[in-house]
Write a protein that binds this ligand. Structure first.
Ligand code: FES
Length: 119
């Protein structure tokens, strides 16, 4: 049976297997004033999405493409000043923006791809 295409207002990002388990992957969506950078983190069969903008001063979290995690992979790391964020919630547990959170991005894991849902 052919797989249903995502609704027009959703954005297909990639297959789950394209994100290494325990790692994050960055995506750029839209253009011009609609341009948004997001990060998708995979934990097994679960995925979590956030805008790739630190709540401290708004810089991207990664200093190199797709380098989003701290050394042991337990938290998202902002490489600008070292803030740590919970993978499951985006909540900052340490650093200059402790107590604030990344902005969540709604995702859906379909049968063969991760889809960003409308905001
Ligand atoms: S910009 Fe992220 S901790 Fe400062």
């Amino acid at each position: 049976m052919p797989e249903a295409e995502p609704a027009a207002s959703t954005v297909a990002l990639c297959r789950l297997e394209e994100i290494e388990d325990g790692e994050g992957k960055g995506f750029v969506l839209g253009a011009g004033s609609e341009r948004r950078e997001i990060v998708v983190v995979r934990e097994g069969e679960r995925v979590y999405g956030y805008l790739n903008a630190c709540p401290h001063v708004g810089t991207p979290l990664d200093f190199q493409p797709d380098r989003f995690m701290n050394a042991d992979g337990s938290y998202l790391l902002c490489h600008t000043h070292g803030a740590l964020f919970e993978i499951e919630t985006g909540y900052c547990i340490a650093g200059p923006c402790a107590g604030r959170s990344l902005t969540p991005v709604a995702l859906e894991l379909g049968s063969d791809r991760i889809v960003r849902l409308p905001a």
